[in-house]
Design a protein around this ligand. Structure first.
Ligand code: C2E
Ligand code: CA
Ligand code: CA
Ligand code: CA
Length: 278
């Protein structure tokens, strides 16, 4: 009986230890994977509702973790955000995306006004190295600054007024700022006046819901954003009716599975040769 009790205690401690060390192990594996070249960016087109042309791409990270297949960002970004690792990741993502767009511009794959958007975590946006990180990416890639868009989620921007000087400073470099997942937080329209923003991405949850109230809300968001000179992007567009609705509401750009899932860089040229009807 004593031995069994001891075994149970051991098992409990071990489960706890396993859970705690699991996160640390994932973090170590991610750090090693970043160095080993296991991370890749997939690109999702951002389409103009006016012309049907591709106006830009959002770069979305994936991890080809050895022995685990393709790991989606939701499974490792939260772990990366526990430490400075997420800043290393952010630097890598920016450098890759900017370098890729510079090459697509050089070989004529994309038009000269096509942009690339990257997602940065709140931790990196608040980091003292942010401005130098962005400046280095611009210098190394030679990409015109206005073609690099930094996406920050609404909640991150609201929770971190301390990062405002950073946002102003990177915008002074000429890059653009986009407020991601808009509508999930509580940004008042008043704040559009003070936040250094160029674009607003309406969260997918407003696009998938077809209730009249949601449609009215999207209309209000578009109107408010345009009042402050912001470009409006709707994400998560999956059905043609949503395109019609969004066009009627004055939305500028759309992104979603209807046009394309995020694809590896190698598939982008073929994607651009397709005709998109919007
Ligand atoms: P997000 O920035 O809101 O990115 C949009 C997510 O919606 C992507 O998921 C994209 O694949 C997905 N999506 C696009 N169109 C549709 C659609 O029509 N329907 C549906 N159901 N989904 C659609 P993904 O690639 O799994 O990324 C998830 C989240 O992970 C992103 O949300 C972003 O917050 C984060 N993330 C991705 N890449 C990075 C990165 O490089 N750095 C950081 N810090 N976070 C990243
Ligand atoms: Ca995003
Ligand atoms: Ca989003
Ligand atoms: Ca999101």
């Amino acid at each position: 009986a004593k031995a069994a009790g001891g075994a149970r205690t051991w098992f409990f401690d071990d489960a706890l230890r396993t859970e705690l060390s699991g996160q640390a192990a994932l973090e170590d594996a991610l750090r090693a994977g970043l160095v080993a070249g296991e991370l890749v960016l997939h690109y999702q087109p951002v389409v103009s509702l006016q012309t049907g042309g591709t106006r830009g791409f959002e770069a979305l990270v994936r991890w080809h973790r050895s022995g685990h297949g393709l790991v989606p960002p939701d499974e490792f970004i939260p772990v990366a955000e526990r430490s400075d690792l997420v800043c290393d990741l952010g630097r890598w993502v920016m450098a890759q995306a900017a370098g890729q767009l510079a090459r697509w511009r050089a070989d004529g794959t994309v038009d000269e006004d096509v942009h690339v958007a990257v997602n940065l975590s709140g931790r990196h946006l608040a980091e003292t190295t942010l401005v130098a990180d962005v400046a280095e990416v611009l210098a190394t890639s030679g990409l015109p600054p206005h073609l690099l868009v930094l996406e920050a989620t609404e909640t991150v921007v609201l929770d971190g007024p301390a990062m405002l000087p950073n946002l102003h400073a990177v915008r002074d470099l000429g890059v653009r700022l986009s407020l991601d997942d808009y509508g999930t937080g509580y940004t008042s329209i008043e704040q559009f006046r003070t936040l250094p923003l160029d674009a607003l991405k309406i969260d997918r949850s407003f696009i998938v819901a077809d209730a009249p109230q949601d449609v009215a809300l999207v209309g209000l968001m578009v109107h408010a954003a345009h009042t402050f000179g912001l470009v409006v992007v709707a994400e998560g567009v999956e059905r043609p009716e949503q395109v019609e609705l969004l066009r009627g509401l004055g939305c500028d750009l759309v992104q979603g599975y209807l046009f394309s899932r995020p694809v590896p860089a190698g598939e982008v040229p073929a994607l651009l040769r397709r005709t998109v009807v919007v």
